[in-house]
Design a protein around this ligand. Structure first.
Ligand SMILES: C[S@@+](CC[C@H](N)C(=O)[O-])C[C@H]1O[C@@H](n2cnc3c(N)ncnc32)[C@H](O)[C@@H]1O
Length: 204
């Protein structure tokens, strides 16, 4: 009978990238200040997915210090595209702008300060990729706008869907034939929290 490796968490932690000083600084800062960020595995996943679909236009809901925005901005940059990212907290939005500038992405990323739910109706699509990472109870309310703003065949990734507050979102997207979605429960090193789920959804 085959079985998986012993201590899979320790084993897979060996495959986490640690080669970017700026990202490592932001990871340490997030740990010290208890800022919930996606961490290096989900960051890399966002990069891989957005590059894989050739995303040129990316929207992020929930910037914090710009950690995930750096992965998304870099993916955009390699496709000569751009990132729009929304953050409620003005101090965090200012920090994210600085960090994106340090990453050399100031001409690729636009940080908008405001409530994503209030701002979304004012945005025009079509985006190739949307990453949703705001308070989980808001996911359900943001879903119709994500549908409107994504192009057909575009990808929605929602973080932290293992939280009870995301339950109504999980139920809604799973039962809506306009989306093909898969919730992925996983061990995610340095993600906040490390055992959590992401929803990957294709807009049909
Ligand atoms: C989990 S953190 C985002 C982390 C970031 N995506 C990363 O991984 O680097 C969630 C952020 O969303 C912001 N936020 C919460 N509700 C929001 C809303 N309605 N509109 C915009 N931003 C919101 C919070 O201020 C917080 O900075």
């Amino acid at each position: 009978m085959s079985t998986i490796v012993d201590a899979p968490e320790a084993y897979f932690s060996r495959f986490v990238r640690k080669d970017d000083p700026l990202l490592q600084e932001l990871e340490m800062e997030a740990e010290t200040e208890h800022i919930p960020i996606v961490g290096p595995v989900v960051g890399e996943l966002l990069y891989v997915l957005s590059r894989a679909i050739g995303a040129r236009s990316i929207l992020e809901l929930g910037t914090a210090t710009g950690y995930s925005a750096i992965f998304l901005g870099r993916a955009c940059a390699s496709n000569a595209g751009s990132l729009t990212t929304l953050e409620l907290d003005p101090a965090l939005a200012a920090r994210a702008r600085k960090n994106l500038e340090r990453a050399g992405l100031e001409n690729r990323a636009n940080v908008i300060c405001g409530d994503a739910l209030a701002h979304l109706p004012r945005i025009e699509g079509a985006f190739d990729f949307i990453f949703m990472d705001i308070e989980k109870a808001a996911y359900l309310h943001a879903l119709p706008e994500c549908y409107r703003l994504l192009r057909r065949g575009g990808l929605l990734v929602a973080d932290n869907v293992a939280f009870p507050d995301a339950d109504r979102f999980n139920q809604a997207i799973f039962s809506d034939s306009r989306w093909r979605s898969v919730p992925l429960f996983a061990f995610l090193p340095k993600h906040s929290p490390e055992r959590d789920a992401l929803c990957l959804a294709l807009r049909c």
